[in-house]
Design a protein around this ligand. Structure first.
Ligand code: ARG
Length: 244
């Protein structure tokens, strides 16, 4: 009996605490990301903008919550979701078997590819030519994982994809493996580099939630479906990616 009372007391106290921290404000939906990945997420002045940021806002609207974006190292994004520090990871996250062991993923909202950026006069023309070369990647990305499998290659890992591109321009690495859309942005913004024709791998982007959080996952999938059916997703994509 005593135990029950204290349990009840604790429960009502946590309730009070939750109410008081809420202060009548909307509940928050925390998104973990790494805003070094244009056009999906990047800094524009003080704001974090991009395709993922807009998708996240639509999900927050669907859930009736205030969106909070937490910018962190890319290799912390999934950990933040796993530990509950963030409700969802939206970071151009590729669905992989390994990641599925640690988090749940929504339905995919985009397709992507890992591509190879080289100097214009490079002798690297296909993925096979990467054997024995020095390859730059963003730490913890699928590019990093694939680079690991290249025969005799040396992999240089950077905190930001753009740092890998700078290393390429400075001659510190022979090639960069990175997702196709950021690759296009970086190549557009810098002289003397190009994307080779043959893509390395094809992938799908999805949103990560803590394992077992089906409530949020269902809402995210609903929001994605609505965005797709209404044409809003395409609108968002068109705003950030100009068709070739
Ligand atoms: N798609 C790749 C992956 O999931 C790279 C994602 C990088 N995203 C970022 N926001 N920096 O590993």
């Amino acid at each position: 009996m005593k135990k029950l009372v204290s349990v009840l007391l604790m429960a009502s106290m946590t309730g009070l605490l939750l109410m008081s921290t809420g202060c009548g404000a909307k509940k928050q939906l925390v998104m973990a990301t790494n805003a070094e990945f244009p056009p999906y997420e990047f800094h524009e002045g003080d704001a974090i903008v991009g395709i993922d940021a807009e998708i996240a806002q639509a999900i927050a609207d669907e859930v009736g919550a205030e969106l909070v974006i937490e910018d962190m190292a890319f290799d912390s994004v999934l950990a933040a979701v796993q530990t509950g520090k963030a409700d969802m990871g939206i970071a151009g996250l590729t669905v992989t078997e390994d990641r599925l062991k640690n988090v749940d993923f929504s339905n995919p909202y985009a397709t992507a590819a890992q591509v190879i950026i080289v100097l214009n006069d490079s002798d690297i023309a296909t993925p096979d030519d990467l054997a024995g070369k020095t390859v730059g990647v963003q730490l913890g990305t699928t590019g990093d994982i694939y680079a690991d499998d290249i025969e005799d290659a040396t992999v240089e890992r950077y905190n930001k994809g753009f740092e890998a591109v700078q290393a390429l321009i400075q001659g510190k690495v022979d090639a960069v493996i990175i997702d196709n859309e950021p690759a296009k942005v970086f190549v557009e913004q810098n002289e003397g580099i190009k994307i080779i024709d043959e893509a390395f791998t094809y992938e799908e982007y999805a949103i990560a939630v803590k394992k077992g959080n089906t409530e949020l996952l269902n809402k995210i999938n609903d929001a994605i479906k609505k965005l797709q059916d209404s044409g809003k997703l395409q609108e968002i994509v068109d705003k950030y990616i100009t068709a070739e």
